[in-house]
Design a protein around this ligand. Structure first.
Ligand SMILES: Cc1cc2nc3c(=O)[nH]c(=O)nc-3n(C[C@H](O)[C@H](O)[C@H](O)COP(=O)(O)OP(=O)(O)OC[C@H]3O[C@@H](n4cnc5c(N)ncnc54)[C@H](O)[C@@H]3O)c2cc1C
Length: 419
């Protein structure tokens, strides 16, 4: 059975790789000039920066490990790294283990005590779909939901948890289904953040190199069903006839193609909102306090549009030239962007508020990640179901809006899909 995959981001390429492993003929069309979608490592004087993911959560014997081994992708882990939450005007360390949270000033004592009761909270049916804040409040208490969750979610989805469905982070329901979150986390084991040698962009490049037919600069513009049940795809002056089409595209791009052939799916996918975020990369004199640090997230009400900063030069030392520390600051998302965060001066002022010893930047780079992150709001489950149910035979849709926000979610989701 021949397959044409539309979209050469990590989802489309990994799906193509699975099909090719099964001996099926597969071709990928990517609209951009190069593969990778959001997962690209771009050169920057003496180093590089990431347009999307900074790292991926890896664990031995999991989907991420299996694909990294199969495509012989060398990678390394920087270790655990110190992390903080900015709250009450200062950076508070996030303890490395849940028991150590009991001694942290991140939450009031009552919230910590309530959190300890999580293993005894009964499991609730998956239906009806719950909001993310409501889910965390039910399992871990209102204190965790209001004091800790907002910064954690801002760091992954750049949106407030009250806006989101529990399905925004599918692992939560999977863990609860084992009896409790504590049990689920214990059973699934500890994952480590890893980065491929040369940056995250090496993952799509290595996948593409293993595939026999990847076309770039080719945007699919039209899908037509043929009388024999096959599909015709056209765009960029090219046409293909194929047994199966896989749309490995953000929901809004998939909706545009599906409109004329699957109106129910198109409508459901068009209703999935996406969040934009501004990324500011900056290089500074290294600070001892941030030397072995993952970075910090700001409790959103206090951040006022400044969501936090990572330290890529710790995660991936090749990213910055010797003697410089590289930061990546996240601005806006679904929280909106006040005027003072339009230019570097305002962002530097916010950084200085949280890290007073930070030097002036030696170099700065701004990238806008437009409609980059799906925002699974309450009702997401019904939208995804309706989209999948409405797909005609021979058409499929794969995306982080279906499997979950992270690269790990996508690679795990694809292993289930291929079975
Ligand atoms: C700023 C940012 C930071 C992130 N950080 C992390 C992180 O640290 N860890 C983590 O695990 N995840 C992270 N993520 C999430 C992760 O990067 C994404 O989930 C993943 O890259 C999505 O891949 P994708 O292939 O599904 O989509 P995309 O990357 O959007 O790829 C879709 C591709 O389809 C192409 N396309 C669109 N329309 C057409 C068409 N009509 N025809 C052909 N091609 C088309 C596009 O050009 C694009 O290349 C981050 C994301 C962003 C944006």
């Amino acid at each position: 059975m021949s397959t044409l995959i539309l979209g050469g981001g990590v989802t489309g390429l990994a799906a193509a790789w699975h099909l090719q492993q099964r001996g099926e003929p597969v071709e990928v069309w990517e609209a951009g000039a190069s593969v990778g979608g959001w997962m690209k490592t771009l050169p920057w004087e003496g180093g590089h920066f990431e347009t999307g993911p900074q790292g991926v959560l890896w664990q031995k014997g999991t989907a991420v490990d299996r694909i990294f081994c199969a495509i012989e992708l060398p990678f390394k882990s920087p270790g655990t790294g110190a992390r903080w939450v900015g709250k009450g005007g200062r950076l508070i360390p996030v303890p490395a283990s849940p028991p150590a949270l009991m001694f942290s000033s991140l939450m009031p004592l009552a919230a910590k005590l309530r959190m300890m009761a999580e293993p005894f909270i009964p499991v609730r049916d998956a239906e009806p779909e719950e909001g993310l804040s409501a889910f965390i409040a039910r399992r871990l208490g209102r204190g965790v939901a209001t004091e800790l969750l907002p910064a954690m979610v801002a760091g992954v989805l750049a949106a407030p948890p009250e806006m989101l469905s529990v399905d925004a982070i599918p692992k939560l329901r999977q863990w609860e289904a084992t009896g409790s979150l504590v049990n689920g986390i214990r059973k699934s084991g500890v994952s480590h953040m890893v980065v491929p040698e040369g940056g995250m962009g090496q993952l799509p490049l290595r996948l593409a190199a293993k595939l026999s037919a990847v076309r770039t600069g080719l945007r699919a513009e039209r899908l037509t069903s043929l009388p024999d049940g096959r599909w015709r795809v056209s765009g960029g002056g090219e046409t293909r006839e194929t047994d199966r089409v896989v749309l490995a595209l953000p929901a809004f791009e998939a909706a545009a193609l599906l409109g004329p052939v699957a109106s129910q799916s198109a409508e459901a996918l068009a209703a999935i909102p996406y969040t934009s975020v501004d990324l500011w990369h900056s290089r500074h004199t290294p600070l001892p306090a941030l030397k072995d640090s993952f970075g910090f997230l700001i409790h959103p009400p206090e951040g006022r549009g400044y969501l936090g900063s990572l330290v890529p030069s710790w995660m991936d030392p090749q990213s910055a030239p010797d003697g410089l520390m590289q930061l990546r600051s996240f601005i806006g998302g679904a929280f909106g962007k006040p005027e003072d965060l339009e230019a570097w001066e305002g962002i530097y002022a916010r950084l200085k508020h949280w890290i007073p010893a930070l030097s002036e930047a030696r170099a700065v780079r701004h990238e806008r990640a437009d409609r980059a992150i799906p925002r699974p709001e309450l009702g997401h489950r019904a939208r995804v179901r309706s989209a999948l149910d409405g797909l005609p035979a021979g058409v499929d849709w794969l995306s982080n809006a279906r499997f979950g926000p992270g690269v790990r979610d996508i690679l795990e989701g694809l292993e289930t899909w291929i079975r």
